[in-house]
Design a protein around this ligand. Structure first.
Ligand code: 2DT
Ligand code: MG
Length: 215
């Protein structure tokens, strides 16, 4: 059986270097001659994504559960794209995924189980890397931006939920892939090396079917 592409998710707090690291990872794949595609959630280009974008920029208001479901729908509308890419052997790198969905909404006080439900059954990453940075270190990188959620107290709570998600995945067998916390406070080159060391064993393809999240 031919191998499918690996599905790699990079999660992290604001200012953790997610955009930088996902771009560097894509470049590593390209330099190795391995086809790869970088996706980003929320994907603000779709109709649903535009609603999310205006919510994040505070030009619209939405009920906490309604926006949560839009974030999830924004992933479901990309599922066939992800599946098709993986099937032809292309690596898919995602900048944020369902774990951000849970972490941010649960931080607003919605129950963890309610937050997880709409994402049950999504393609499961083969590897999830969490770029962890303290709010203090984030501050030294120029602080947070203007968007909703980019506040120290929110980021602190979000980090706690991310760590809970990671523990559950590590303790929950293989269905949800593997979760690794990375200290994103280090130099960008160091973080990049750690990321590639974890991704490289999967880079040329994965045996076996794509798993489903939390099933
Ligand atoms: P970026 O700064 O990465 O564009 O993210 N978010 C993201 C959620 O609340 N739920 C989700 O499901 C996802 C994917 C995190 C924009 C903000 O959107 C938040 C930060
Ligand atoms: Mg942001």
């Amino acid at each position: 059986m031919s191998k499918r592409g690996p599905f790699i998710v990079i999660e992290g707090l604001d200012r953790s270097g997610k955009s930088t690291q996902t771009a560097l990872l894509l470049a590593r794949f390209e330099a190795s001659g391995i086809p790869a595609k970088l996706l980003k959630f929320p994907d603000r280009t779709t109709a649903i994504g535009q609603m999310i974008d205006s919510y994040l920029k505070s030009t619209s208001e939405l009920d906490d559960r309604a926006i949560h479901l839009l974030f999830s729908a924004n992933r479901w509308e990309l599922v066939s794209t992800i599946e098709q890419l993986l099937a032809v052997g292309t690596a898919v790198i995602c900048d944020r995924y369902a774990f951000s969905g849970i972490a941010f909404s649960a931080s607003k006080g919605i129950s963890y189980e309610w937050c997880r439900a709409p994402d049950v059954g999504l393609p499961a990453p083969d590897l999830s890397l969490f770029l962890d940075i303290s709010p203090e270190a984030a501050k030294t990188r120029g602080g947070y931006g203007e968007e909703r959620y980019e506040k120290e107290e929110m980021q602190r709570r979000v980090g706690e939920v991310f760590r809970r998600i990671g523990k559950e995945i590590d303790g929950g067998g293989r269905e949800d892939g593997r979760w690794v916390n990375i200290d994103a406070g280090k130099e960008k080159e160091v973080v990049e090396g750690e990321v590639w060391a974890l991704v490289e064993p999967l880079a040329r393809g994965v045996e076996g079917p794509l798993r489903r999240l939390w099933t």
